[in-house]
Unconditional design. Structure first.
Length: 558
């Protein structure tokens, strides 16, 4: 990824606009993070074009001014970017902002939408899903605030994909995205920007880079960041090594590759194995971190210490004074429903509201835009502030570097302080991956049917206080979202949540979230996995997991 800062005078080339007849494809309904399918499906003639044209069709003419375009560099990213640019030209967009070589991390895409006051952006990514010719690809539309489009828009896009009969595309002329410059095709100005520089400048405005730089130079701070051969490598090298002075080599697996080096770009204890092994050594750095395929997720570790995403969010909230971005207070915080209740207890201590939303970053958008919250996160390794409208992996790492520096504590000590002040949520997520879709739906449907009858039932000593199917009403625009997961609450404060993942491309993943709350005592006595093991047994029993799916254990535990 060669991000050269070079600009030349704008040149105009006229291109021929063609209308291509097409037919609808089944299954183009965007999920919580856009449309994700196997590469082979996207490579079908007209498949990508139909979806992109449907996005453009739902935009009013006045909303076709400026569009941001970019993706995580996975296989098929370059071909798709050129198609989208040509279609945007044909659909009369006045200005396109594109990352060099089509590369944009997801938080950088949100930044550019907001900075350039764009009408929205098309972000090409399948996030933490594997990449390559036989793997996954994805595309989503973000609105003018930089947030993933709300359901009203994604529903309109889906409706258009079911009736579409033609798409427009511009032919002829080169689309040169290999350097920063400005050029014109027909009436569309195309600006290719260095998103690494743009993103770095934003981070410099949110954190005290001088203090962090001193922390590294004085040996107080040290870091190992695993970019997992994904999009954040160049961003991380620029910020952590060049700007902050972390030791050369602090960023590992830094070269973005189309197949992410054959790895699974999901920053968890299973897939970030190289980082975890490094952090288990005696000479481990103070902080270990990783990000995912498109740079929006994060993993935080200390020496032999895993910081769960839920605890990470809560610790940032509790220590918000360490982060210059929050110098004037948090006002409010938000978490997704499956995320542990650790944030709720911190919010109560800080006397600020805590909002519970469905899974999907788009649900935080209205709360952020309305100024009701400044920090939000979800258990699936996503955390961010009000500077963009997406999860932001590198931002979360900068938060933890700031916490360590300003408190003088290690990640393990910061967790102990959090637990001593607000109690501990022993929290685990059990993923049952590769489940036949019909069987997964049967399991959820059966749970839904019995949810009201669970009250008062006992399982392995856990007595059900109440259970429900989570629904959400947005207090900003009053929109409603139903069937967002099944919650089972026990008398001792424990909780089990079931939901289907919205980020897969085939089969299904059943996610089971386990939480046991302890308010006092020795918080290091048990690991989270051990503390929630019996709840996992209860979850399998209540859901008839083995009977329906044949699975006796989860595929991944995080």
């Amino acid at each position: 990824m060669n991000l050269l800062r070079h600009k030349r005078g704008a040149t105009t080339v006229n291109m021929k606009i063609r209308s291509i007849g097409t037919r609808p494809f089944e299954g183009q309904k965007p999920g919580t993070s856009g449309l994700r399918k196997k590469v082979a499906i996207f490579e079908q003639p007209g498949y990508l074009e139909n979806f992109v044209q449907s996005v453009f069709n739902v935009l009013a003419p006045q909303d076709r001014d400026t569009l941001v375009i970019g993706g995580d560099g996975r296989y098929y990213n370059d071909q798709a970017i050129e198609v989208i640019v040509r279609m945007a030209i044909a659909n009369d967009f006045k200005r396109l902002i594109v990352g060099v070589n089509g590369f944009l991390s997801t938080p950088a895409a949100s930044l550019l939408i907001r900075k350039y006051q764009a009408n929205g952006g098309l972000v090409l990514s399948a996030s933490h899903n594997p990449a390559g010719p036989d793997q996954d690809f994805g595309i989503k539309f973000n609105n003018a605030s930089g947030s993933p489009a709300p359901e009203s828009i994604t529903n309109a896009i889906h409706a258009n994909t079911r009736t579409i009969s033609e798409y427009l595309i511009a032919e002829g002329g080169d689309i040169e995205l290999d350097r920063t410059h400005v050029f014109t095709r027909n009436q569309t100005e195309i600006e290719v920007v260095d998103s690494v520089t743009e993103y770095t400048e934003l981070m410099q405005s949110l954190f005290d880079f001088d203090r962090l730089r001193s922390g590294f130079s004085e040996g107080v701070l040290s870091l190992c960041f695993d970019a997992m051969h994904a999009i954040t490598g160049p961003y991380a090298r620029e910020i952590f090594e060049k700007q902050l002075g972390a030791a050369p080599g602090s960023v590992i697996n830094a070269e973005p590759l189309q197949d992410f080096g054959g790895g699974h770009p999901d920053p968890n204890l299973v897939h970030a194995r190289q980082l975890i092994e490094r952090m288990a050594k005696k000479d481990a750095p103070l902080l270990g971190a990783a990000s995912d395929g498109d740079g929006d997720r994060n993993l935080i570790t200390g020496q032999n210490c895993f910081v769960s995403p839920s605890d990470s969010l809560a610790a940032i909230a509790l220590n918000y004074q360490c982060i210059p971005q929050f110098a004037d207070g948090l006002k409010g915080v938000a978490r997704s429903m499956p995320t542990s209740t650790a944030l709720d207890r911190v919010a109560k201590k800080l006397n600020i509201p805590c909002y519970e939303t469905p899974t999907g970053w788009k649900f935080f958008g209205n709360l952020l835009d309305a100024g009701k919250v400044r920090l939000c996160g979800e258990e699936s390794f996503g955390t961010s502030g009000d500077h963009v409208r997406e999860k932001d992996g590198i931002w979360a790492v900068l938060c933890w570097l700031s916490l360590c520096l300003e408190t003088g504590k290690s990640p393990a000590d910061i967790l102990q302080d959090l637990w001593q002040q607000t109690g501990r949520s022993y929290y685990c997520r059990h993923d049952y991956e590769g489940v036949d879709a019909d069987k997964a739906n049967q399991l959820i449907d059966d749970l839904t049917d019995q949810v009201t009858a669970l009250k008062g039932e006992s399982f392995e000593g856990f007595s059900v206080e109440h259970a429900d199917v989570f629904s959400y009403r947005d207090e900003v625009d009053q929109s409603e979202s139903h069937n967002q997961g099944i919650r089972i609450f026990f008398n001792d404060g424990s909780r089990i949540v079931f939901r289907l993942s919205g980020t897969g491309t085939d089969s299904a993943t059943i996610r089971v979230y386990l939480e046991r709350v302890q308010l006092t005592g020795d918080f290091a006595a048990e690991s989270a996995q051990d503390a929630t093991a019996l709840l996992g047994t209860v979850a399998r029993k209540i859901s008839r997991m083995t009977e329906i799916t044949g699975m006796t254990e989860p595929t991944v535990i995080t």
